[in-house]
Design a protein around this ligand. Sequence first.
Ligand SMILES: N[C@@H](CCC(=O)N[C@@H](CS)C(=O)NCC(=O)O)C(=O)O
Length: 223
Amino acid sequence: MTLTLISATPSPFARKVRIAMIEKGVPFVVQNEVPWHADSITARYNPLEQLPILIPDEGDPVFESTYLMEWLEYKYPEPSMLPADRDLAMTARLVHVIAEGVVDAMLLLFWEMQREVVSAEWAKRQLRKVTGGLADLERRASDRDYLVGDRFGIADIGVIAMLGALDTMAEAQMIPAWQKFDSKIQPWTALYPNLVRFEARHRDRPSVSATSPRMFDLVEKIV
Ligand SMILES: N[C@@H](CCC(=O)N[C@@H](CS)C(=O)NCC(=O)O)C(=O)O
């Protein structure tokens, strides 16, 4: 079966799926898109107009990164990205959704910052989610090789994608913009030593280094 992944170079959501597919040894081709542009093909395959989208050569497209991670587990169970212990597997899923929630809030903030008039209430609310989620993940990272269990998996993938997305935000000059609403905001590398050590342990892993994010040019008005 040939699988095409509709992806975007900066997308943390697509990155999670790419990392999992590389880890599982599933062959796929990447089609990069700018989902925000009118000529994007995303709407053709996903009514929610979002990537990542996985297109098998037979059957319906599969989309929504968290669902896609489960779909990959179901279709390609080995090697599993979940701990064998069922309780630990649920904890790994929880860590993955916390990281996902941080990314969601970060992106809401990113778009808010593009508006002529930024809502301070909205910005502060999203920043609380970013800092709250990061503090939670910093606690969980402690000094262990993997966030949950004893092998690389969904929790690590979610957090790696989130940290890469924070770097993309910093490169897009978001830190000074966010500091206007929370003066304690700093680049994550200055505030979360456990996450710094965690990232350093995994950055040379082939699936991680091969998928590092790259911002694209947005030329159309979005907000
Ligand atoms: N919850 C979705 C979020 C995906 C998402 O926001 N993708 C972005 C690219 S990073 C996108 O396609 N945005 C276009 C839009 O929301 O209209 C998932 O996990 O797949």
